[in-house]
Design a protein around this ligand. Structure first.
Ligand code: MG
Length: 381
């Protein structure tokens, strides 16, 4: 099968799309999924959504768009090395954050809280909702009508009560089975990408320091190696060298460890992957621990830094205010295809408001807050 491992996802053996479509002449089914994702409105909006730093804070920081591209790059390298399906991995990676709210985790947290009495808000579930329902691009169906395999990968986490309503794609959260290997790769590629680019952005912002990071084993080891080999290099180059080495280290370990696990278990096809007790894609214990230490450091020192926290508080207030406002004034929500569909009840209306807010970019959310509240969103705190 195209030089791929037998347990790789096979576009010709896909579980299919929700609405049947004739095949494309030039692209396989997963390539089509990827292309639909790239052409989606939600994908373009990622450019103006926060990763850690709010979009207007500086031109050099990651946004959700560049984050998603970096995730796809890591994911594709791993998939190729393991002879797994690179197109599917890329599609999942590019789509994984489509449902993310403005203002990063602060936005997601606030919206989930607003939706507490209406079924909650989960950004992974929202990413699936974007590709299944919310994108309005095709005359024949709602959403992007992606293959089961892409949808399975996009739905990284899901509460059991929500999984029940999803049918086939939600089953694994009830059965406790695994997603395909390409989805497993996308999952870890996400973590590798943000751990490393948040080090870069964090250092650039001055909120964390090289000295502090050197206490973290993974960073310290590679920083030391880069300094030793390039004693005359500029500080900034040393940081890049360090990050490059950290990514290389973790990715090589991930490939090696996963290759071993796959060789030992030799799953004959993707269904054997799904019913396996454990995931075959993973890092060695040592590297996993080192990677988690770095993540923990970033949580404590960067994501909870008072300056990031101040911005998060502003984001939180903005989202809560907008939610209450649209609930009271649904006509203030605009839509590309006219006014929003009328809601059948309060739950429906709340979900419409959540969809509307989740789809906003950072600056649109601030703009809407200023427009309807008549107050400045105090962007620069
Ligand atoms: Mg992500």
């Amino acid at each position: 099968m195209n030089g791929l491992a037998p347990c790789a996802a096979d576009p010709d053996a896909s579980r299919g799309r929700r609405v049947d479509e004739p095949p494309s002449r030039f692209r396989n089914e997963f390539q089509r999924d990827r292309d639909r994702i790239i052409h989606s409105t939600a994908f373009r909006r990622l450019e103006y959504k926060t990763q850690v730093f709010v979009n207007h804070e500086g031109d050099l920081y990651r946004t959700r768009l560049t984050h998603s591209l970096e995730v796809a790059q890591v994911g594709r390298s791993v998939a190729r090395a393991l002879q797994l399906n690179e197109d599917l991995t890329e599609a999942i990676c590019l789509a994984h954050d489509l449902g993310h709210t403005p203002f990063g985790h602060a936005g997601q947290h606030a919206l989930n809280d607003c939706m507490r009495d209406f079924g909650g808000f989960e950004h992974n579930l929202q990413s699936l909702r974007v590709v299944d329902e919310l994108e309005e691009k095709y005359a024949q169906f709602r959403g992007l009508n992606l293959t089961f395999e892409s949808r399975e990968g996009i739905l990284k986490h899901c509460a059991t009560r929500n999984a029940r309503a999803l049918g086939d794609v939600g089953r694994r959260f009830i059965d406790g089975t695994q997603p395909g290997l390409e989805a497993q790769i996308a999952n870890l590629a996400d973590e590798i990408a943000y751990n490393n680019h948040d080090v870069d952005d964090g250092l650039r912002s001055g909120l964390i320091s090289q000295k502090g990071l050197c206490e973290v084993e993974l960073f310290g080891r590679h920083h030391h190696g880069a300094r030793r080999e390039h004693p005359g290099a500029h500080d900034r180059i040393i940081v890049y060298e360090t990050i490059r080495r950290m990514i290389g280290h973790v990715v090589h370990d991930l490939i090696g460890h996963s290759a071993q696990a796959l060789a030992a278990a030799a799953p004959a096809n993707i269904d054997e992957v799904r019913v396996a007790k454990e995931r075959y894609i993973g890092m060695s214990d040592d590297v996993l621990r080192a990677h988690r230490d770095l993540k923990r450091y970033l949580h404590a020192e960067l994501y909870r830094h008072p300056k990031v926290q101040r911005m998060s508080d502003t984001a939180d207030r903005t989202i809560r205010w907008l939610f209450a406002h649209y609930l009271a004034e649904p006509a203030h929500m605009s839509s590309e295809s006219g006014s929003p569909a009328s809601a059948a009840g309060p739950d429906d209306l709340a979900r419409q408001v959540a969809d509307y807010i989740a789809g906003m970019t950072d600056r649109f959310a601030f703009g809407e807050y200023e427009r309807w509240s008549g107050q400045a969103a105090s962007r620069h705190s």
